[in-house]
Design a protein around this ligand. Structure first.
Ligand code: SF4
Ligand code: SF4
Length: 318
């Protein structure tokens, strides 16, 4: 298939897409998850065996010590299910690295997780928590029965510790669309989330981040089954916004997979496409300069990041 995204970038830049710096190092701790969400781009589930071993974590920590990114972002699957999760967080925080976790919230209520919210709070770890809607029906349809109630319970416990308050560590929520459409304006949706969650449950949070559904994983499979795939790709392409290019997350971060391979982003990780164009693609051969100024590997899925307000792990881009 033609890489129409690369062609579009070449029209604008005269060459490819290049990274600017590495503000964020993201570690994907594995694909195991307690949930099986309909929109999951990494196809995570309780059956997935992929888990980052301690030896890869140690090497990743050395790289983080050398590069000192503004944020270390731990993701999965459910990163909390990695058996070495607490050890890794202690190691990173012990060296003063700002750490944030992408949590699905419900995992915090799983057996064996007692005390985890307190542990994260003590270490000043910030949380980025997926909550695709403030309405029960929409959350249930994406994440399964009981997920809404568990998410609210987890949020209440986090609030009780101070998460989401002015003094406490950040508790950011993540919205994603419930179907094949683009996220609305993040700044306009945030007051709705704030009002509804507070009025219904007394819950508070720091910021709302809106993220587009990428044409990958289970979401893409469902689009293909329902024959909506072409229409969705056309929607993403037609909504291409050149103002999003500067903030694209691949220009400011790298993702390290559970097996130590290095990717431009978690979406390329989901597709199994590591960094290329001469940059070393495994942390065994990691070279900071080569990776910080690398040419990025793109594909048509990248239109998911540049559509409308733009999309990234940090929310909208414009
Ligand atoms: S979207 Fe997140 S919570 Fe849902 S299955 Fe995937 S990794 Fe797990
Ligand atoms: S999917 Fe998005 S973040 Fe990843 S390489 Fe493409 S534009 Fe960059």
């Amino acid at each position: 298939m033609d890489n129409l995204f690369e062609e579009r970038i070449a029209e604008i830049t005269g060459s490819g897409l290049f990274s600017d710096d590495i503000e964020v190092i993201q570690l994907n701790l594995g694909l195991r998850c307690n949930q099986v969400c309909a929109h999951c781009h990494v196809d995570a589930s309780p059956e997935r065996p992929e888990v980052m071993p301690w030896a890869i974590m140690e090497r990743a920590c050395q790289i983080i010590d050398e590069m000192r990114p503004a944020t270390v972002d731990l993701t999965g699957g459910a990163p909390e299910l990695n058996p070495n999760f607490n050890r890794l967080v202690s190691r990173l925080c012990g060296k003063g690295h700002p750490v944030q976790i992408r949590t699905n919230l419900t995992v915090l209520l799983e057996a064996g997780m007692t005390g985890l919210p307190e542990f994260l709070h003590e270490h000043g770890v910030e949380l980025v928590a997926s909550l695709p809607c403030y309405l029960e029906e929409n959350v249930r349809s994406q994440r399964g029965p009981g997920s809404y109630e568990k998410s609210m319970e987890a949020l209440r416990r986090l609030n009780a510790l101070g998460y989401g308050s002015e003094a406490g560590p950040a508790l950011n929520l993540v919205y994603n669309p419930g179907g094949a459409f683009l996220p609305p304006d993040q700044a306009k949706l945030e007051p709705d989330y704030r009002r509804e969650l507070h009025e219904r449950f007394g819950i508070r949070f720091t910021r709302l981040l809106t993220i587009a559904n990428m044409p990958l994983g289970r979401f893409w499979e469902e689009l293909r089954r329902s024959r909506e795939d072409r229409k969705y790709m056309a929607l993403l392409r037609d909504a291409f916004n050149p103002n999003t290019l500067q903030g694209l997350m691949c220009r400011h971060q790298i993702s390290i997979g559970w097996d130590g391979r290095v990717y431009d982003c978690d979406f390329n990780l989901a597709l199994g496409i590591p960094v290329d164009h001469g940059a070393p693609n495994h942390i065994r051969q990691f070279a900071g300069d080569a990776v910080a100024k690398r040419r990025i590997v793109t594909g048509n899925h990248c239109f998911g990041c540049t559509a409308g307000f733009g999309s990234s792990c940090r929310g909208a881009l414009v």
